[in-house]
Design a protein around this ligand. Structure first.
Ligand SMILES: Nc1nc2cc3nc(NCCc4ccc(CCO)cc4)[nH]c3cc2c(=O)[nH]1
Length: 375
């Protein structure tokens, strides 16, 4: 582990930009989409196929892995890369968001958050220090501070209190990280402040005071809606250092990705391609398709003949329709694989458009073609 973490800017086109994040386990081409591998697996897709779609980095979750199989057991197996056979960079979320959205009996104090496991009811505590310890046991290349993701909507007062707690936890996370992490690993601060511009400014400035090699924009994709999310990005990304990666957490649909790249976001993660794939939803350049729909029963065309992904090229929509109607495992496997490939082809097309100075035209054409709803 010698190569230190670094980010280099490539082309810019308006606020959109390409770049490269160098890590000891490989380079991440940005703008990048990270497939979600919550419990050490990108659900229903083998890591070699995830790699073949073009993904440079995947996401893992502190919350899930600390509960099962525990971070200590993953460390005994040589870390999450060896355990899961994913050899490229891994980014891990710090657990706070998942505690609030999944666990029971949660109690949040200055010290951290205590909770009961959604799996077996066992009691656990996450503090900034313990979250960093877990992310280091997993061997994550890019780690997240422990933060509080406030619910939406939230009052201005409550949002400010939450933001201030996350800043204090950012300090503690960085101190713990500097104690035990390697030079090849990086810790991101997470900007909060809900939908309040002055609070987003306050959070961004406080985090830069502390100093991080990358910044996540948190507190979004929590039901605020696309326009409010873009509005927050409009006021937040200009406050962040241009020479450091910006990561928009939990986002999103294809139209969200295009709009966020337009607002100088470099990194994304979302469960949507895999979760919706497991339920029969295929994402395409023209928008989403529900392959269980009767219209596909006799459809002899593949999802995308132009793709080199077998799931997109070698199977008819009629076959996929059959697999889902029959409840066959291969359905969720193929559609998760196709959706991840589509997301990577969208990211590659955006990187290319930015490099060629035609991102505006790309975004306009994509928005005209990609119909999220029929009609
Ligand atoms: N540490 C940290 N992690 C986060 C993860 C997030 N993930 C989201 N949104 C995900 C929303 C999301 C959930 C489910 C689906 C699939 C629907 O079929 C898509 C998006 N917002 C998020 C905010 C934070 C945050 O502030 N801090």
């Amino acid at each position: 582990m010698t190569t230190p973490f670094s980010f280099s800017l490539g082309a810019t086109d308006g606020q959109a930009r390409t770049g490269a994040i160098t890590t000891s386990r490989g380079t991440i081409r940005t703008p990048a989409f990270m497939p979600v591998g919550t419990a050490g697996t990108v659900k229903a897709v083998q890591m070699r196929d995830v790699k073949a779609t073009g993904a440079d980095i995947i996401l893992g979750n502190t919350y899930h892995l600390m509960l099962r199989p525990t971070a200590e057991r993953v460390a005994r197996f040589g870390g999450l890369h060896k355990f899961s056979t994913w050899e490229g960079p891994i980014l891990t979320d710090s657990g706070g968001f998942q505690v609030m959205s999944l666990s029971a009996m949660r109690k949040l104090t200055e010290e951290g958050v205590s909770f009961q496991s959604h799996i077996d009811g066992s009691k656990h505590m996450l503090t900034p220090e313990r979250s960093i310890e877990i992310q280091c046991l997993l061997g994550a290349d890019i780690q997240m501070q422990l933060d509080e993701c406030p619910p939406f909507p939230i009052s201005e007062e409550a949002s400010l209190e939450s933001l201030e707690l996350s800043v204090r936890w950012a300090k503690r996370s960085k101190a713990a990280f500097e104690e035990i992490a390697g030079r090849h690993q990086a810790l991101y601060g997470i900007v909060q402040g809900s939908v309040f511009p002055d609070q987003r400014k306050r959070s961004a400035e406080a985090l830069q005071e502390i100093g991080f090699p990358g910044y996540s924009v948190g507190g979004l994709a929590v039901g605020e809606g696309r326009e409010a999310m873009f509005g927050v990005l409009d006021v937040t990304t200009p406050l962040l250092p241009k020479d450091k990666p910006r990561y928009l957490m939990g986002v999103g649909k294809p139209l969200d990705l295009v709009g966020a790249v337009e607002r100088s976001i470099d990194m994304f993660d979302c469960v949507l391609p895999t979760r919706s794939g497991r339920h029969g939803q295929a994402w395409t350049w023209d928008g989403p398709l529900n392959l269980k729909n009767a219209q596909f029963v006799d459809d002899e065309t593949p999802l995308d003949p132009a793709s080199d992904c077998p799931a997109s090229r070698d199977y008819t929509k009629g076959y996929l329709n059959h697999l889902f109607r029959a409840g066959e495992y291969l359905g969720p496997m193929l559609l998760s694989w196709h959706n991840l490939d589509f997301y990577q082809r969208l990211m590659a097309a955006m990187r290319e458009a930015i490099a060629e100075g035609r991102f505006d035209q790309f975004a306009e054409e994509f928005r005209a073609r990609h119909r999220e709803r029929k009609g």
